[in-house]
Design a protein around this ligand. Sequence first.
Ligand code: SAM
Length: 303
Amino acid sequence: MTPPVLLYGQPPPALFREPEGAVQVSPLDPGGVDLAETPEVAFASALILAPPGRLEREWVLARTLQLLPPGARIIALAPNDRGGSRIAPALRAFGCEVTDEPRRRQRICRTLRPAHPVGLDIALEAGGPRLDPRLGLWTQPGVFSWDRPDPGTALLLGAAPALRGRGADLGCGIGVLALHALESPEVSTIELWDLDRRAIACARRNVADARASFHHGDVRRMAQGGGDLDFVIMNPPFHDGGREDRALGAAFISVAARRLGPGGVCWLTANRHLPYEATLAEAFSSVRLRAETGGFKVYEAIR
Ligand SMILES: C[S@@+](CC[C@H](N)C(=O)[O-])C[C@H]1O[C@@H](n2cnc3c(N)ncnc32)[C@H](O)[C@@H]1O
């Protein structure tokens, strides 16, 4: 059997078709394989849409070099404005000979896995999960607001009262909002949902509470429940693949409304410019602005 191709993300189809038998290893693909845990399987080659953050990108490149045999072909690309020009220097620092081709506003780098790559451990350490002393939480480069408190989340933490009953933190990140909710002894359960496998792994470590359950999945495709929750707390995403996508936040609001029973409450924080009011008004019986400062707003919406 031919060994599989390691595929990270979805390179533009105009440049690369998905290789046959590829194994998806992006942490943003709930159906994919965990690149951090993948045993030393024999991948034949790799096709990588490199992520934008430096530490995250170098972790992916280093982990790929660790998993591939000497001589294996690696193609890594990224848009010019999302770290494309940083791929070749990173690969060269690992001891690779690289060609770096600009095409369709992307940089496409090609290399063969050297016999003895260097510096992998340093990159794996720098881009791996860590307990951040400033946050007092487990985090990892690449997850949302991984190295500093998010101001929108902070505003919600200050505004939301003690919650009660069964709840969910939709797009939980490393679990900051769920931790706040669980300070209330009246909370019986909370589901933590996120599309990012790394965020869920950090949340598991941060939220060590038997009332919490963890779900690596796309909130928009959530099949669970209907009218079964008492509260939702969330800072919904509004970026998909690096581009602003307002429909994403609106979809989160619709899912929250579907999951909440009558009288259930949704606490939501958002950037001030995001027009969620109409979606909230449509899905909830009462919507109140509870805080607004520094470019962020917090709503309490009752089902
Ligand atoms: C603005 S962040 C909020 C994170 C965390 N709740 C906080 O307040 O710090 C939004 C989160 O939603 C996640 N996310 C993005 N799209 C998603 C989707 N379709 N389904 C589930 N989670 C998603 C992101 O990975 C990110 O962790």
